[in-house]
Write a protein that binds this ligand. Structure first.
Ligand code: CFM
Length: 541
């Protein structure tokens, strides 16, 4: 059910003129007749509007750094920044040959718990003492320090503290100046984390190349609800060596050896595209955008990966695994599809899932009538070809771009990484789009709405106008939508469910969605727009 032009107008009509003008640029209705529709993104949220975004610290510590399991991640700041970011993302980790259970620190919460006296007299001594304690008690492989807002305001030199601690303890201590205000959203924190890891960790492991044949990394996969483990299962069955999933269930040593892969797969483009790009410049490793959410998308990605290596045996093995998995999941999915077919969804998540989950919802016969991102950039909506045209403002200039050059020892051309002739690589590149992402908008259907940096008002109005059958978003708006009589699924941590990736993930997702659609609970709720008594009392108030 497409939304009308009048409804779009009504949605914005509540704003003062200046705000209306601004928000209009963040709201696009898909028009298939236009080849490249532009949206405004990654700009500062209008003060006073409560949006769904997080902060730079959330993107650095919470998203990219936090899942590295055998490092201790110290949050330098008041206790709330650490406590409220603790464990909520469900990035799972488990022990393995290299990481015994006592070396898994990612579920724990470490903070300097800055007090007023630290703000007045400086918190650096407290931080240094805490690193000493952490090393003595936990013996981590490495330590990270993530700064929250007050640290930047009072000017604690966390880099100097980190350097001194490295000398005292002989392990790496990484410092991230990811103060919450460093950007317009958590996206700034991704970039800060990417830069620091690239400069100081990646490539510092052994320099020998992995001798296995098809060595891959998955970048931007954080093992939420165990997603990464399902991908590991499928890829290992096909015959790939998974060098590292970054950073879901990753160890420090694996990140140091990230450069040992032949090919980088990029799942979440938003949070990790900087590393994919920088590794291509420095090591020559090609990267491929994939999507492992949904059966159709997973199959298409698996076929593309096999094509990248151009090996017939690998291509055949891929088909065998696809056939095996399809035989198992299709009959079950068909049953769920009977419930889901024709239903509509509104998907509003961070910076990549609103695109990825459209593939899975389409598998189930559902339409996504509104899709939006909290903090994506224009390239995530429109495709990477727009990157040179994106205007950088004061906020985006806040984070330095690293200018890397090819590594003298480790750089190899892409065809050498993929173990093929230059001619063959060129032939494959004409079919496979390496180093590219086409974005979300091109895949959406006419009339569907694309929404950037939504706020509560817009979410509520859109829900009221289009009455989707399901709402996928975060915990901040989930309960409001519940109260409007519509089931809402938490798409960041999957509530308590998952994995949702790959073949097994599709089954679990389909079951969760079907359950949400058929549960009678929603029929027992009277949505406010249908409750005439309530309407009257509201207007009397
Ligand atoms: Fe990438 Fe993510 Fe996402 Fe993201 Fe996030 Fe997340 Fe997300 Mo929550 S890295 S952009 S900063 S896919 S935590 S695992 S679900 S907002 S859409």
């Amino acid at each position: 059910m497409a939304i009308t032009e009048e409804q779009m107008e009504e949605l914005l009509s509540h704003y003062p003129d200046k705000v209306k003008k601004n928000r209009k640029k963040h709201l696009v209705q898909k028009n298939s007749a236009e080849t490249c529709q532009q949206i405004e993104a990654n700009t500062r949220t209008i003060p006073g509007i409560i949006s769904q975004r997080g902060c730079a610290y959330a993107g650095c510590k919470g998203v990219v750094i936090g899942p590295i399991k055998d490092m201790v991640h110290i949050v330098h700041g008041p206790v709330g920044c650490s406590y409220y970011a603790w464990g909520t993302r469900r990035n799972k980790a488990r022990a393995d040959d290299a990481t015994p259970p006592e070396k898994i620190f990612s579920p724990l919460c470490f903070t300097t718990d800055m007090q007023e006296s630290d703000i007045v007299f400086g918190g650096d001594k407290k931080l240094a003492k805490m690193i000493d304690e952490v090393v003595e008690i936990f013996h981590p492989q490495a330590v990270s320090i993530c700064a929250t807002c007050p640290v930047g305001l009072i000017g604690d030199d966390i880099n100097a503290v980190a350097r001194a601690a490295e000398e005292r303890h002989g392990i790496q201590v990484l410092s991230f100046n990811c103060e919450g205000y460093k950007g317009v959203s958590q996206s700034a924190g991704h970039h800060i984390a990417n830069n620091n890891l690239m400069e100081h960790v990646i490539g510092k492991g052994t320099t020998e190349k992995n001798p296995d044949e098809y060595v891959i990394n998955i970048l931007g996969e954080y093992n939420i609800g165990g997603d990464g483990w399902e991908l590991e299962r499928i890829l290992a069955d096909i015959g790939y060596t998974l060098n590292c999933i970054m950073t879901g269930d990753a160890s420090y040593e694996k990140i140091r050896n990230l450069h040992k892969a032949d090919l980088n797969l990029v799942q979440c483009h938003r949070s990790i595209n900087y590393i994919a790009e920088m590794m291509e410049t420095k090591y020559g490793i090609p990267w491929l955008k994939v999507n492992f959410i949904g059966v159709t998308a997973t199959i298409a990605s698996l076929r593309e990966i096999a094509q990248c290596f151009g090996n017939q045996e690998l291509i055949e093995r891929t088909e065998i695994i696809i056939a095996r998995e399809l035989a198992r999941v299709t009959p079950v999915l068909e049953q769920y599809k009977k419930i889901c077919q024709g239903k509509t969804a509104f998907v509003f998540v961070g910076g990549s899932r609103s695109h990825h989950y459209q593939a899975l919802l389409r598998d189930l016969g559902m339409d996504v009538v509104v899709a939006g991102y909290e903090f994506a950039h224009r390239d995530d909506y429109e495709g990477r070809q727009v990157i040179p045209t994106i205007k950088s403002d004061a906020d985006s200039k806040n984070i330095p771009e690293l200018h890397l050059t090819p590594d003298e020892e480790l750089y190899q051309e892409a065809h050498v990484h993929l173990k093929m002739s230059k001619e063959k690589y060129e032939e494959i590149s004409s079919r496979i789009a390496f180093s590219n992402y086409t974005g979300m908008i091109p895949e959406m259907k006419n009339g569907e709405v694309i929404l950037d940096d939504a706020n509560h008002h817009e979410v509520e109005e859109l829900i009221r106008m289009i009455h989707p059958d399901l709402f996928f978003s975060g915990v901040r708006d989930k309960y409001i939508v519940h109260k409007m009589g519509i089931p809402a699924k938490q798409m960041h941590s999957y509530d308590y469910s998952g994995p949702y990736a790959g073949f097994n993930g599709s089954l679990i997702f389909a079951e969760d969605v079907a359950n949400a659609l058929v549960t009678p609970a929603w029929k027992l709720v009277t949505p406010p727009w249908e409750d005439t008594n309530r309407r009257r009392s509201d207007s009397n108030a």
